[in-house]
Design a binder for this molecule. Sequence first.
Ligand code: CP
Length: 308
Amino acid sequence: MSQLSTRHLLGIKELSEEDIRLVLDTAANFKEVINRPIKKVPSLRDITIANIFFENSTRTRLSFELAEKRLSADVVNFSSSTSSVKKGETLVDTVNNILAMKVDMVVMRHSSPGAPHFLSQNVPANVVNAGDGTHEHPTQALLDAFSMQEKLGDLTGKKIAIIGDILHSRVALSNIFCLQKLGAEVRVCGPTTLLPKYIESLGVKVELDLHKILNWCDVANVLRIQLERQQIKYFPSLREYSLYYGITKKMLDQLDKKIVVMHPGPINRGVELSSDAADSSHSIILDQVENGVAVRMAVLYLLAGAKG
Ligand code: CP
């Protein structure tokens, strides 16, 4: 298989196992390219891509822009806070106006779950979801899987723990879909107030005890407490959260085996992860960021070649 089964990347849920493996294999080739002295290839030199961000981002936005430039695409960046969205222009009008300038692909981050799916049905361009509210963050899951594979090899039967604020996390949902399709066993851990009621229906076991899940897993993917999405209090205080669910280097060093620690960023240092754990030899957090460029190159390259 050399083509994706879709012309949009809206979520991992819509991808087949073959699609995911194709992205990961293609990303491995692009990782080799971006480690050469000349990091650019001409693959997308006739393509123009708009990155439209309605929510803040550091990693995803810069990573997509670098991926596009490494593929020789033309790139325009749009930030809703400085745009005519502030004057009341709709999402579809905004994007159709951008497309009128001969743009071929749209990479969008939006706070509303389903916004990229809606856009893909209403505009004539490939749409890539760069995170839609609390729903999905497909390229994060793909780069996480790529980074885990680099460390552990094939993920079949590997034990992956997702720890923290599962309720508000698009990374958790995309990781669960992606890792299960690759044959891994996924469990979640966090306070019951931050675990969605439907989570076990996804084939995911719940573990409330942090020490037990750390002893069980090969990888701990630690998630940020998303205070900006929390309208009510889900736990008494950050200090209390950290006491029960914060991971420290001492805890990692006391485990019987060496586990891999991941975090999609941005980290709340001293809350879900202590600084010494985040910066320890267990952590592959900056490898995840490095791999994000290669994985996004693979996604854009494959979508550009996908049939409509
Ligand atoms: N991991 C991630 O999505 O980070 P940003 O919000 O900085 O893009």
